[in-house]
Design a protein around this ligand. Structure first.
Ligand SMILES: [Mg+2]
Length: 289
């Protein structure tokens, strides 16, 4: 069997929105209260059941909404999103973020928001932050469900497709026209990051550390990627990667690009991490049968 090898640069960046692209403590608190209020007033769920159900559904299904739908609640999704996110005092909570804008602009990759929230929430957040034009697309509740309907996976609005399921990961990659092996996925949820890792993406936990996260890297914020993952800024010899389809192959066809990692801690399993000093393409021989 002859050894055969390929070279890849990262080709796509999938970024979660809430608590990843921005951190505003008040927002998850308000969203949680809005979800509980919806369950109380519109679904008539008893007060003592609300908090346990939220936890159970979030843990088991990815989102409370997904759990409610899976357990037989009939929910008007537009109404849900209007209550849960639509009532947020956005203009008070989110401001233009020049630092984030410059940071995103500096990364020579197609970028997609990958969120379980609705399109309007994502649009509003990105507009207020002043970064909307820097993303090639938004993969969100509506787009995941619409793709699911087209593929026949979703019928009568069931199931709700959301992170961290493998189905959501696959649909997101398809929407971005990207391959898992050359895609970098950043999220603040340990479960979502573990899901991305399982799907084959280079997965980064943002804003926290965890020993229970199956990921490739953990960083305190996206800005830390500049130091911890300089491979994101590596420019391949051709610009094919900017078309958002497939990674440009490196010139010698003998290396598999693995984004280098500076901090030893935080790499829980999976692909091999490298030190910043060792920031270079790592040779990995791939046997082809
Ligand atoms: Mg998040």
């Amino acid at each position: 069997m002859a050894a055969h090898s390929h070279s890849y640069y990262p080709t796509c960046l999938l970024l979660d929105l809430d608590d990843t692209l921005y951190q505003v403590e008040e927002i998850p608190d308000i969203v949680r209260r809005n979800i509980q209020g919806y369950m109380r007033t519109k679904l008539n769920i008893s007060e003592d059941q609300i908090a346990p159900l939220c936890l159970e559904y979030y843990t088991k299904y990815g989102t409370t909404l997904a759990g409610l739908v899976a357990n037989g609640y009939s929910i008007d999704f537009n109404d849900w999103h209007a209550e849960v996110h639509g009532t947020l005092p956005y203009s008070r909570l989110l401001k233009r973020d020049e630092r984030m804008r410059e940071f995103l602009q500096s990364i020579p990759l197609p970028k997609y928001i990958f969120t379980n929230a609705d399109q309007k929430h994502a649009d509003t957040c990105l507009d207020l932050m002043g970064v909307a034009d820097l993303f090639q697309g938004i993969i969100c509740f509506e787009s995941l469900m619409e793709t699911g309907r087209k593929l026949g996976v979703v019928k009568d609005n069931k199931p709700v497709i959301c992170k961290p399921t493998q189905q959501a990961m696959e649909l997101a990659l398809e929407a971005a026209g990207a391959e898992a092996a050359t895609t970098v996925f950043c999220d603040d949820s340990t479960r979502n990051v573990s899901g991305g890792h399982a799907a084959g993406m280079f997965s980064v936990l943002v804003g926290r550390t965890s020993k229970d996260c199956d990921c490739d890297l953990q960083v305190p914020s996206l800005f830390a990627l500049k130091e911890d993952m300089p491979g994101l800024w590596a420019v391949p010899p051709s610009t094919k990667h900017l078309e958002g389809t497939r990674g440009a192959e490196a010139d010698d066809d003998d290396v598999l690009y693995v984004p280098p990692v500076a901090r030893g801690q935080g790499v829980m399993s999976g692909r091999t991490a490298e030190s910043a000093a060792d920031c270079r393409r790592r040779e990995v021989k791939v046997a082809a049968g």
